[in-house]
Design a protein around this ligand. Structure first.
Ligand SMILES: Nc1ncnc2c1ncn2[C@@H]1O[C@H](COP(=O)(O)OP(=O)(O)OP(=O)(O)O)[C@@H](O)[C@H]1O
Ligand SMILES: [Mg+2]
Length: 407
């Protein structure tokens, strides 16, 4: 079936030009010359994608986009903003109102079509149901100190698990407002926790939760944090539990990007988790915060088996020595993540985590191996009939390590 495009632009020349490009590519195109005409068209027919000019007399493209996103009947439609204003501010504003992509006019025909196709692929359906009848393995990434690399590790771990098993993985941003998991994957915030906060807890069902997830080509599906305060209605422990229960029934793995606190919803999420990756940095404030967290974990009877400690070198020099760190927090460090700004900063700018961008690099390997070691026993135990490239790399590295140990 043809992909149905609604093209909204006040300039007739541009409408005709883009219409001819898209028609040749097999799209079926409907034209609208302004915002109100577009909204009327959207109310009467189904469209697969919306191309939206920004500068239009009367109602501008941002306003149209906001209305499309506010309406449950149209909120899922991918939106590409078209504009002569190729400024960062406009891009940011476009993403804030829920646009998925942005193209500067005059646009190149090939680029326009490639971006539309990429977007349509990215928006493909909700996740397949979990292949296992077992509930998800839920992994929380946590630190009481900000800037420890919690989001970095959550995103790379979720993407690593998705690549390793070729399955959808849920990445849940538990930060109440302006958390950044989705931004690390360059996802626009078309749906967030705010959609779930609006609904009474007893009306939260699996469909409602799945429709709040943002799809990504890596098979990671993100439950994003709302960008603004008024949307971040405080999340109760009860609602947190309900949402995580549904996710756990729909995905084989759930990764939680945790806030740096022990609020009611944080504790509910930590209780829900099978494993807590506790992130520490090699400096005293981080280690004191880690000790406080460990005291709390002990008080609420989390066993050592539930907690993995990761030392993250977020700065290059002058950190404390490993043995001093272990002595201070009275805990063994399970894994050291080296300082890697050269990889992490471009990853942020591109919205593409190192485990996806460069899985064969030493840093990519750390996250792939981490994903394997945190996987379900039943997954680790059996060889898949169609192993993924990531599975083959992890298995090969493990074989070499064993060989080196034996030899
Ligand atoms: N091992 C590392 N080497 C170099 N830079 C790192 C490393 N780990 C994280 N970073 C950088 O540190 C910064 C903070 O990381 P991140 O946002 O993941 O931490 P966070 O704990 O989630 O912070 P927040 O308090 O904002 O939630 C980012 O710029 C990230 O790229
Ligand atoms: Mg974070």
């Amino acid at each position: 079936m043809d992909t149905r495009v609604l093209l909204v632009d006040d300039d007739e020349v541009i409408r005709k030009l883009i219409e001819s490009i898209l028609t040749k590519q097999g799209f079926s195109v409907t034209l609208a010359e302004d915002g109100p005409v577009a909204l009327t068209a959207l109310a009467s027919a189904r469209f697969d994608i919306l191309l939206l000019d920004v500068m239009m007399p009367g109602m501008d493209g941002f306003t149209v986009c906001r209305q499309v996103r506010a309406n449950p009947a149209t909120r899922h439609i991918p939106v590409v903003m078209l504009t002569a204003l190729d400024s960062v501010e406009n891009k940011v504003k476009g993403f804030e109102v829920g646009a998925d992509d942005y193209i500067a006019k005059p646009c190149d025909a090939l680029e326009l079509v490639a971006r539309m196709n990429a977007l349509l692929r990215r928006m493909e359906g909700p996740p397949e149901a979990s292949l296992d009848s077992e509930p998800a393995r839920t992994i929380a990434v946590f630190s009481l100190r900000g800037g420890s690399g919690v989001t970095t590790i959550s995103v790379n771990l979720a993407a690593g698990l998705a690549q390793l098993w070729g399955m959808h993985v849920a990445l849940v941003d538990m930060v109440a407002v302006a958390g950044q998991s989705a931004l690390f994957l360059n996802q626009s915030l078309r749906n967030t926790w705010a959609d779930l906060c609006k609904i009474p807890t007893d009306e939260i069902d699996p469909d409602v939760v799945l429709s709040a997830m943002l799809a990504h080509q890596s098979r990671v599906q993100t439950l994003a944090s709302p960008p603004r305060l008024e949307q971040g209605d405080l999340l109760s422990g009860e609602k947190t539990n309900k949402v995580l229960d549904h996710l756990s029934a729909s995905y084989p793995y759930v990764v939680l990007d945790m806030p740096h606190n022990l609020s009611e919803s944080s504790l509910a999420a930590l209780d829900h988790s099978d494993v807590i990756l506790h992130i520490v940095q090699p400096e005293i404030v981080s280690l004191r915060a880690a000790s406080l967290a460990l005291d709390t974990f002990e008080a609420i009877h989390y066993t050592d088996k539930k907690i993995y400690t990761i030392l993250n070198w977020t700065f290059p020099r002058q950190g404390l020595a490993l043995k001093d760190i272990e002595r201070l927090i009275k805990t063994r460090i399970d894994l050291v993540l080296p300082y890697a700004a050269d990889e992490f900063i471009p990853a942020l700018n591109l919205g593409n985590p190192p485990v996806l961008q460069n899985p064969e690099s030493p840093l990519g390997a750390i996250f792939e191996d981490m994903a394997m070691s945190l996987s379900k026993d039943e997954h680790r135990a059996k060889q898949s009939p169609q192993p993924t490239p990531a599975w083959k790399r992890v298995t090969e590295r493990s074989r070499k390590r064993k060989q080196a140990q034996a030899g």
